[in-house]
Design a protein around this ligand. Structure first.
Ligand SMILES: Nc1nc2c(ncn2[C@@H]2O[C@H](COP(=O)(O)OP(=O)(O)OP(=O)(O)O)[C@@H](O)[C@H]2O)c(=O)[nH]1
Ligand SMILES: [Mg+2]
Length: 437
């Protein structure tokens, strides 16, 4: 199985909490605050890696987390920062927000490294909060939140030329002769299951990247065979090489084969029909002396599409083919298409932090309030203390959570669940609760 599209969940590290402590020294009864800062949470990065060819390494695990920052310590010691998480992806990988499908980063061109999720900031320890009136602050800042996001990775290979053709036309045989790629070659259809990239050296200073993709069959553009996923890869290639078995040994007609492949390309993306193309008429070593295959191909497609008779077995004609491809590439503009960002996780998730959701759960007969806003509040509020509870009530009212509960149909005496806490809903009117925090 080849995976050129995977969904994973990534999470940056939470910032370490600031620490509350006081200096202890002999003969000093009450030392000053000396709680250190929490460490920063680790970031999540994507690196474009030339040695990676597929996304298959992401198939085994769904969740990828950077390390959390550690809590600060006494004696003004900072907590350790969490380790960054670096995810290596093949060049040409597009990272999308999986919900909206919007592009976060295209790991192509100049974009070789991208920090996709920043770790939470470390919280300040209580050593920072001593003032002339508050000499023994029992308060330290909690670390910044971790961020979590589901992303979809999609690989679009970046190759200059792609070999397209029916199964067993000899695509893998050709690429393994002319480049450093060594895909499997065999006499059965669909030998190649994943795209292979190879570097073709034309001369001392010229080379290009060639892609061997799994065989296409009729209906590939509509999802038949293995082809559909791989057609995506050739959208970015500059030159298409239509590889055809010119010997017609399997009882096929080479002219028809070329037409069918072209038709699949066109259906998949009409732009592909405009791409420069050449035909590699392969297996010439098997041609009977009186064969008219090459002539028929030429008269059907030249001069628009040039035909190159080759044999991947004897090597005949391969040099001419390589020069022809190289010539076309050198006449084309250099730049790779790099998609621009449509979704900035930093911004989107920051606004997400103020969100909450209210729903009625009929199974337990409770109203559930959930989301980063309440989770965060509960993280720094002690509901067991009176002050904490007063703050909580005020928060519920001011952030519109009570209104949302009312809208969802809550009535006096109903149960409301927030995280692991359950409360009885009491309509406390709109009277001001004294600001106790
Ligand atoms: N005689 C001869 N046989 C060839 C030539 N090129 C390929 N073959 C044979 O044709 C068969 C298929 O070759 P592959 O290179 O695996 O074909 P492919 O197009 O990559 O096939 P898929 O990966 O299944 O799409 C193998 O048995 C090859 O040895 C050639 O030029 N001459
Ligand atoms: Mg193959």
């Amino acid at each position: 199985m080849f995976s050129d599209k995977v969904k994973i969940i990534i999470r940056s590290g939470k910032g370490g909490d600031g620490h509350v402590s006081f200096r202890r020294e002999k003969y000093v009864p009450a030392g000053g605050p000396d709680g250190g800062d929490g460490g920063k949470g680790g970031d999540v990065w994507f690196y474009a890696d030339k040695n990676e060819n597929t996304l298959s390494s992401f198939r085994y695990m769904r969740r990828y987390s950077a390390e959390d920052g550690r809590e600060g310590q006494g004696s003004r010691k900072s907590g350790k920062s969490g380790k960054d998480l670096i995810l290596r992806v093949p060049e040409g990988t597009i990272v999308r927000d999986s919900v909206s499908g919007k592009i976060i980063a295209d790991m192509s061109g100049e974009n070789q490294k991208y920090c996709i999720l920043k770790g939470g900031k470390g919280g300040s320890g209580n050593m920072h909060f001593a003032t002339s009136t508050m000499q023994a602050p029992r308060y330290a800042k909690p670390g910044g939140d971790a961020k979590e996001l589901e992303v979809e990775l999609e690989l679009k290979l970046i190759a200059d030329a792609a070999l397209a053709g029916f199964p067993s036309a000899g695509k893998s045989s050709i690429i393994s002769r002319v480049s450093n790629a060594k895909p499997e070659v065999a006499a059965y259809h669909f030998t190649t299951l994943t795209p292979h990239l190879g570097v073709v050296k034309v001369d001392e200073d010229t080379s290009f990247v060639m892609a061997d993709i799994p065989g296409l069959i009729e209906g590939a553009a509509g999802g038949a065979g293995l082809g559909h996923d791989f057609l995506r890869h050739i959208q970015r290639t500059k030159v298409l090489v239509n590889v055809v078995d010119a010997s017609g040994l399997e009882g096929r007609d080479p002219v028809e084969d070329v037409k069918r492949i072209n038709e699949e390309l066109r259906i998949f993306d009409p732009v592909l029909a405009e791409r420069p193309m050449i035909i590699a008429a392969n297996k010439t070593d098997l041609l009977p002396p009186d064969s008219d295959s090459i002539d028929r191909l030429r008269s059907a497609f030249e001069p628009e599409i040039k035909v190159y008779p080759v044999s991947a077995v004897t090597g005949e004609g391969l040099n001419d083919l390589i020069y022809a491809i190289s010539e076309i590439i050198s006449g084309l503009p250099e730049e790779t298409v790099v998609y621009s960002q449509e979704y900035d996780p930093e911004k989107e998730l920051a606004t997400g932090a103020s969100s909450f959701n209210v729903r009625f759960d009929p199974r337990d007969d409770v109203y559930v309030v959930e989301g980063p806003l309440v989770e965060k509040m509960l993280g720094y509020t002690n509901l067991e203390s009176e002050k904490g509870f007063v703050f909580f009530q005020k928060f519920i009212r001011e952030k519109g959570i009570r209104d949302a509960l009312v809208e969802a149909g809550v009535a006096e005496g109903d149960t409301v669940r927030i995280s692991e806490y359950e409360f009885e809903y009491i309509n406390d009117g709109d009277e001001e609760v004294p600001d106790g925090v």
